[in-house]
Write a protein that binds this ligand. Structure first.
Ligand code: CDP
Length: 208
């Protein structure tokens, strides 16, 4: 069984993906980390994020094991990731790794922006997780504050709106719900409520 979760920044898809993976005993891949790690490698090498050749080299050089989450989860790297993620050749370089992960025997849970549309169009269940920009900004501000980052709510909200526009507006694999995805709006849901709703969606799809 493959479960595909897509959605905008801080919509709750990562938490939901981890909980679903634990529930079904499936491996989980947070594909945002691939783009974050690519951006990190480009910056660590002192190169520009829009240098296509360097960014593709960095993407090809990644292994699923080299994710130092402490260096990747910050706000700065989310923004940097969305710049390299708009380069079609970077997406291409990261696609095989994601597809191989999804096609493990038994299946997997993947979360990102184009899992249901591009990486796993054959997924058993596709959920497009969303929430209002203000709710997402509040959640992200709490998360970043918890990580010790100095944050300003209005800056977080502006960052989220900018990233939404870049992710939705790019020509290569834009952020969009797959035609057969179920939209799950988590604005009024806590983690348990979102999990219960997601389990109902997966249960309905797996029984089809
Ligand atoms: O946690 P958050 O939703 O803020 O970000 P993320 O999922 O770690 O993704 C960071 C950035 O990587 C996004 O803004 C996208 O531009 C890009 N991304 C993508 O293009 N495709 C994916 N499958 C995953 C992430």
């Amino acid at each position: 069984m493959i479960i595909a979760l897509d959605g905008p920044a801080a919509s709750g898809k990562g938490t939901l993906a981890r909980r679903l993976a634990a529930h079904f005993g499936l491996p989980h891949l947070d594909t945002g980390l691939l783009y974050r790690a690519t951006a990190r490698a480009v910056l660590d090498a002192g190169e520009r994020l829009d240098d296509e050749r360097r960014a593709v080299e960095a993407a090809r050089g990644l292994a699923l094991t080299d994710f130092d989450e402490a260096r990747l989860r910050g706000a700065e790297m989310g923004e940097a990731a969305s710049v390299v993620a708009a380069i079609p050749a970077v997406r291409e370089a990261l696609a095989d790794m994601q597809r191989a992960f999804a096609r493990r025997p038994g299946g997997a849970v993947l979360d990102g922006r184009d899992i249901g549309t591009v990486i796993c169009p054959e997924a058993t269940a596709k959920i497009f997780v969303t929430a209002s920009p203000e709710t997402r900004a509040r959640r992200r501000a709490l998360e970043l504050a918890g990580r010790g980052e100095k944050i300003d709510y209005n800056e977080v909200l502006a960052d989220i709106r900018k990233r939404d526009a870049r992710d939705s507006g790019r020509s290569s694999a834009p952020l969009v719900a797959a035609a057969d995805a179920v939209v799950l709006d988590t604005t009024a849901l806590d983690v348990e409520g979102a999990l219960a709703a997601a389990l109902r969606i997966v249960g309905a799809r797996a029984g089809d």
